[in-house]
Design a protein around this ligand. Structure first.
Ligand SMILES: [Cu+2]
Length: 452
């Protein structure tokens, strides 16, 4: 959940300034009722370094988050360069009784894929697939090496006990389907934004870009001295190239010899939190959100839009503060997209395949209206189960290609069912977007305007 910048068109950003200054920040709107989340200040004395102050009231429930740059049209390059960080909200009252592994047994694993030049500098191809349309944009960045916490294919020495790992997929476009080479299970205790009501044991987790899995691994159960963390997600997901020998390996755990004197007092609580379950009957508004990808005559991607609209077109998603909505997300593209909604928290309740997809795509391309195109006639295919480890309030949710994904979106505080302690209707407002950074930049992103 990044800080929100005033809306600007990508092209505007590339227009050379008369007095170029890489440190220049946009001025903040006047300080009145606007959320403290976006409070910033620009020092006017150019001889000093410009500063920006962001105030986070941390009123969210206990949560695994991250923060990153969000420059419009340039997010993919800025995050690739490393402008990212993990961010936890901790609640002693809720979490201390859990007795989960803590301190040095509670680790962040921030996973990205990157390519490098021979001198070790980061490599990003800047030649566009359709250079006559866009000189430098490619639909997805995939790196050759897998990097964890800044190191390529690192190892971590661990004791034979429980560890907690907060695993973030901060890749631009790569999905990660993670498993352990000796078959050891993950016990998933939380996702991006929220604990699960009940922990879930699973041999693998699938993380789209920006998703987080909060897991416990019990190395005392290992029958081997080394365990590799593996990835077998195709790229692009789900029908791209299979992961190979380089990007199929993530890192290695090297286990210490058993030590009978060592005690592990940590636990995994059977019951964690008690957040409300998602229900379509709570929703007061239904929205249809269609994802489109546009191709050149040669079949190469030129850009992607949500609802066939540009980012700078007026906001069409205007939820009421405190409300709960049902969003029917219709993925008409060939790839999975991780949808991220700023401010709102959401989860999938149904993932249903579209039948006669080409007919429906043709109608949507011509009319861009799910109701007029009679979506209920097409949303009748088999359903796909939502993994148990994702059944909580999240800020990023995967959208299957050729499916309608029904999500319940909350615009209030999940744990208290109360409204925000700031005015979310204030400018500059919010956005929702695909969290494949290359898609978000061109231009799978739309404004989200909260109303009273
Ligand atoms: Cu996307």
């Amino acid at each position: 959940m990044g800080p929100h910048r005033p809306h600007r068109h990508p092209k505007e950003r590339r227009r050379p300034h008369r007095r170029p200054s890489p440190r220049r920040c946009p001025r903040a709107p006047e300080r009145r009722q606007r959320p403290r989340l976006v409070h910033r200040r620009l020092l006017r004395d150019r001889s000093q370094m410009d500063q920006s102050h962001l105030h986070y009231p941390n009123i969210l429930h206990a949560a695994n988050l991250w923060y990153h740059d969000h420059a419009l049209g340039l997010t993919r390059a800025n995050l690739l360069a490393g402008l990212i960080g993990a961010y936890n909200i901790h609640n002693d009252d809720v979490e201390t009784p859990f007795d989960l592994p803590y301190d040095k047994y509670d680790r962040h694993l921030i996973i990205v894929d990157r390519s490098f030049n021979v001198d070790g500098s980061l490599y990003m191809n800047s030649t566009g697939d359709n250079p006559t349309i866009h000189p430098e944009w490619q639909p997805e960045y995939f790196g050759e090496a897998i990097i964890v916490n800044g190191k390529a294919w690192p190892y971590l020495k661990v004791k034979r006990r429980r560890y907690r790992f907060r695993i973030l997929n901060a890749s631009n476009a790569r999905y990660l389907h993670l498993s352990l080479s000796n078959g050891l299970q993950f016990t998933v205790i939380g996702s991006d934004s929220s604990y699960l009501n009940t922990p879930v044991a699973t041999p693998s987790v699938l993380l789209a870009p920006a998703e987080i899995s909060d897991v416990v691994i019990d190395f005392s159960q290992s029958t081997t001295n080394e365990i590799e963390l593996l990835n077998d997600a195709p790229y692009p997901y789900p029908t791209g190239s299979p992961a190979g020998p380089l990007n199929g390996k993530v890192m290695k755990f090297m286990l210490a010899q058993p030590d009978p004197t060592q005690r592990d007092n940590s636990t995994i609580p059977l019951k964690q939190v008690n957040y409300p379950l998602p229900s379509a009957t709570d929703a007061t508004v239904t929205r249809y959100i269609a994802m489109y990808e546009y191709l050149s005559p040669a079949g190469l991607s030129t850009h992607l839009y949500i609802n066939g609209k540009r980012f700078e077109d007026p906001a069409t998603e205007t939820p009421k503060v405190g409300s709960i909505e049902l969003w029917e997300v219709i993925n008409l593209t060939g790839d999975n997209h991780p949808l991220h909604i700023h401010l709102g928290l959401f989860q999938r309740i149904k993932v249903q395949q579209l039948v006669n997809l080409t007919d429906f795509q043709n109608c949507m391309s011509a009319n861009n209206d799910a109701v007029a195109c009679n979506i209920s006639r097409y949303a009748t295919g088999p359903t796909m189960a939502v993994p148990e480890y994702e059944k909580t309030w999240k800020n990023v949710v995967k959208m299957e290609p050729g499916y309608v994904t029904s999500v319940i979106v909350r615009f209030n505080l999940v744990d208290q069912k109360s409204q925000y302690p700031f005015d979310p209707t204030a400018e500059p407002g919010y956005v929702y977007h695909c969290h494949i950074l290359d898609h978000e930049d061109n231009a799978m992103i739309r404004p989200l305007k909260m109303v009273a």
